[in-house]
Design a protein around this ligand. Structure first.
Ligand code: ADP
Ligand code: MG
Length: 485
């Protein structure tokens, strides 16, 4: 396999029989515990495939994992404040919304809500996930992005921890279990929705999951429903699309959102982050109705805007964190996880970044204002891409980011219908957290769990839903016990 940077948690050389046995056990565990997705090859609502996973938990440096956990409530607070700073959002996004249609539409929606007197609901719930790589060059944690909408895999990765513990035991390494941290993302995220529902304080009201027409990542969502029922037997969950809300939803005089006879207390958006999810004005009208309503949104449109890549880049500018976080130690700890983020606007600073990207494209990732994977431009593709838009204002639709190089490890990737693949891999850590609050006060601010996603080391993007990555768990390593010194 050649050199890797982090040793796998167990030796991977094993006989074909032993590998088959472990893979079979792991697959069976996944299928029987719902670590699954809908089939993409042949759509069938009566059957599931296990979600792609790696056979063993992947190593992640303990100190940096703990740091990611600790910093989450500071990031929650930061993003809550950013979302409520009208001047900052307006200034940060002013060029981007001229050239990026989708962000422009979201911003129009934000303006329209304000012009109509604002949302009837002052409470909002942000269910967040902050994503990181361990950066080899800096020997530290670096943030990839901060998700404020539809953050997924909290549930499946919570369950995968138990699968990995089982597999590690079956492989004969029970002493390693202590290095696999517990993961309560599912109960934490469900708790955020239940607590929001309680704050709405209307016994017959429901929690609405905003969903796509077809949901492939169905188990991750459904387990939230089951968990909500466990935590709070009296609440019902309904699932609706934007189109359904647009066609059948209505607001009462006192702005209660009613659909199909249900009063909606909480809207949990697992959809609505991509332009394709708004095929007509019906869906935009639905979003406006949701925003204006008394329902508690997760997220509301200003949280959605705060999660754009452009805002992430603006936050990394000198002096900006100071505006939002008073405490010096908090500011330092957040600044420490930022890697280089650059505007490409047509001004002096933007031109300098533009030039550097053309000269050394391998050092950067070029990002549009999109979510869901598969949208970024990498390495050799950056130069021709930028040259095409060099003289256009379209440059403001993108941000530039330093390429982070995480350590390489080895693992077996296991996918439905394929033989396990022994491969060099890299892993991206995500930390889940939530905030419930109003503009002026935070009622709850929590870190609730984590996820790990692992992809082949030579692949630029490794979305699990997109079929390029695999679900993973964390195996904590200390610098002295791995080859990172
Ligand atoms: P999305 O909203 O589409 O998930 P991301 O910013 O998370 O956008 O980028 C998608 C993927 O691209 C990440 O999961 C990661 O694998 C890769 N990526 C993003 N930014 C960087 C970076 N700065 N360095 C290396 N890889 C990156
Ligand atoms: Mg991402």
């Amino acid at each position: 396999m050649g050199e890797t940077d982090l040793y796998p948690c167990v030796p991977l050389e094993m006989s074909a029989d032993r590998l088959d046995d472990l893979v079979d056990k792991a697959k069976t565990y996944a299928l029987m515990h719902g670590i699954c997705m809908r089939r993409k090859d042949a759509f069938d609502t009566d059957a599931l495939h296990f979600a792609p996973f790696v056979l063993f938990p992947s190593p992640f440096p303990r100190k940096e994992f703990n740091k990611a956990i600790e910093i989450q409530t500071i990031l929650n607070e930061l993003m809550h404040k950013v979302a409520h700073d009208d001047d900052f959002l307006r200034e940060s996004l002013k060029n981007t919304i001229q050239v990026d249609d989708f962000t422009g539409r979201l911003f129009q929606l934000y303006d329209k809500v304000q012009k109509h007197g604002g949302s009837a609901q002052v409470i909002e719930a942000g269910l967040f996930r902050s994503d990181y790589f361990y950066c080899q060059a800096n020997k530290g944690l670096k943030q990839v992005e901060f998700n404020t909408i539809a953050s997924s895999f909290g549930c499946l990765t919570s369950k995968l921890v138990d699968q990995h513990k089982y597999v590690v035991q079956e492989a004969g390494y029970p002493e390693h279990l202590k290095n696999i941290p517990e993961n309560n993302a599912l109960s934490g995220l469900a708790n955020a929705l239940v607590n929001s529902w309680k704050l709405y304080n209307q016994p017959k009201s429901v929690i609405l999951f905003l969903v796509e027409d077809v949901t492939y990542n169905i188990c991750d969502q459904k387990f939230h429903e089951f968990e909500i029922r466990e935590q709070c037997p009296e609440v019902f969950v309904i699932r609706k699309t934007l189109t359904e809300i647009g066609n059948r939803g209505k607001l009462t005089e006192d702005k209660r959102l009613i659909i199909d006879g249900h009063e909606v207390a909480v809207i949990y958006m697992r959809c609505g982050y991509h332009p394709d999810q708004y095929p007509s004005e019906v869906e935009w009208d639905a979003r406006f109705m949701m925003e204006m309503s008394l329902a508690i949104k997760s997220p509301s449109v200003h949280y959605h805007l705060a999660g754009t890549k452009k805002v992430q880049q603006e936050l990394a500018k000198p002096g900006v964190l100071e505006k939002f976080l008073g405490d010096k130690a908090k500011i330092e700890s957040v600044r420490d996880i930022f890697t280089g983020l650059y505007s490409l606007d047509k001004d002096e600073i933007g031109n300098a970044s533009f030039q550097r990207a053309i000269e050394t494209p391998e050092k950067f990732v070029l990002k549009p204002q999109r979510e869901g994977g598969g949208n970024n431009v990498y390495g050799a593709d950056i130069k021709p891409f930028l040259e095409k838009i060099a003289d256009s204002d379209e440059r403001s639709a993108y941000i530039l980011m330093d390429m982070i190089e995480p350590p390489i490890t080895t693992n077996y990737m296991v996918r439905p219908g394929e033989a396990p693949l022994l491969a060099k891999c890299i892993s991206e850590l995500g930390i889940f957290g939530y905030v419930i609050g109003t503009k002026d006060s935070i009622l709850e601010n929590k870190q609730v769990g984590h996820m790990l996603r692992t992809k082949l080391s030579h692949v630029n993007e490794g979305g699990v839903a997109a079929g390029l990555g695999a679900l993973d768990s964390v195996y904590l390593v200390d610098a002295s016990r791995c080859c990172l010194n």
